[in-house]
Structure formats: C-alpha cells, structure tokens
Design a protein around this ligand. Structure first.
Ligand code: HEC
Length: 165
C-alpha cells in the first residue's frame, strides 16, 4: 500500500470512531402551545420568514438535516441549537415576561439589521434561509412595532386587574 492509502485508511478509522462519542442533539417537540406564531402577533408573511430563517435554531421544532447526525458536524449543530434556544426560543414565547419580550425583540431587530442573523454558516448551506433587503426591513419593522404591542398588552392586563378589584 502507498502512504496516502494508509493515511486515508487512518482518517476513515478516526471518522468512524468519532461517531461513538456521545452527543445529544437538543430534542424536537412538535406540540408548543406557547409558540410565538400561535399568539397572533405575527403576520403570515413574517411567520413564514421566521420559520424559514430562524426556527431551525430558535425553536423546539428543529429540522435536523442528515449531516447533523454525523460527527463532527453533529457537535457543532448541537452546540448552536442549544445556545440559540437558550438565547431566544420562539416555541416558548409566552413564558417570557414583558421585559424579556422587549429585550428579545430589540435583539432581533439589531441582529437582523446588522446581518448577524441568521448565521452565515447556516445560510451557506440553507440558501433559502437567506434574507434579502426587503425581508430584513420587514422583519426589523415587525420587531419594532411588536415592542409597542407588547407594552400595550401589558397595560391592558394591568387595567383589567385594576377593574377586578
Ligand atoms: C444556525 C442556527 C441559527 C439560526 C438559523 C439563527 N440563529 Fe440566532 N443565534 C444562534 C446562536 C448559536 C446564538 C447564540 C450565540 C450568538 O449570539 O452568536 C444566537 C443568538 C441570537 C440572538 C441573541 C443575540 C444576542 O447576543 O443577544 C438573537 C436575537 C437571534 N439569534 C436572532 C435570530 C433570528 C431573528 C434569526 C432568523 C432571522 C436567527 N437568529 C437565526 C443560532 C442561530
């Protein structure tokens, strides 16, 4: 055998061995009663954009592609999805209090307008998740008007509580 054949064989053995390193992809949950899209504060169009560009990482409904089950990619995918859900999980939107919602919406508008999100490594593979200028503008406007809505909702709830007493 030639040297390169030994090297290739060695690489193959390493890749196979990597598959036995334990790695847990964050679980997928299909029933999410607290999901943002179910709350009615999202237009169909914005909902579709969020689903297409953000939900694989920022929701419990991650659609794992085949390579996400193959080490070492699986480690990267697991880490990104875990961190992304911790920062912002659209599937548990209704669990956030007013301040948290405002903070998330503000962050969304910053990250999207600066082109930081969706992550470049993701859009390089999922080209349909890329946002064009018009979509970026629409998402940012949505995040900003929704911040006003969130405050109004809170005020209405406080008024209702007052009138009950
Ligand atoms: C490939 C996975 C992935 C996709 C797709 C993705 N994100 Fe993220 N996002 C992350 C990760 C990982 C973090 C945490 C690390 C960081 O901040 O870079 C994060 C962080 C964030 C944060 C918090 C940033 C901060 O530092 O406060 C916001 C807001 C956010 N993402 C919004 C979005 C929006 C909106 C979309 C869709 C337009 C999106 N992301 C798409 C992986 C992703």
């Amino acid at each position: 055998m030639k040297t390169w054949q030994y090297l290739l064989g060695g690489l193959g053995v390493i890749l196979v061995a990597l598959q036995f390193v334990p790695n847990e992809l964050p679980v997928v949950e299909t029933e999410n009663p607290g999901d943002l899209i179910g709350t009615g504060i999202v237009s169909d169009e914005v909902g579709r954009m969020l689903k297409q560009s953000c939900y694989d990482c920022h929701s419990n409904t991650t659609n794992y592609p085949w390579y996400s089950h193959v080490a070492p990619f699986s480690w990267l995918v697991a880490k990104d999805v875990r961190e992304a859900r911790e920062e912002l999980n659209f599937s548990t939107w209704t669990d956030y209090d007013m301040m948290e919602k405002l903070e998330k919406l503000d962050d969304i508008s910053i990250e999207v307008s600066e082109g930081e999100m969706p992550m470049g490594i993701y859009t390089a593979i999922h080209s349909s998740a890329k946002l064009n200028e018009a979509q970026i503008k629409q998402l940012v406007e949505w995040a900003e008007t929704t911040m006003d809505l969130v405050v109004e909702e809170e005020e209405e709830e406080l008024e209702e509580e007052d009138s009950v007493e």
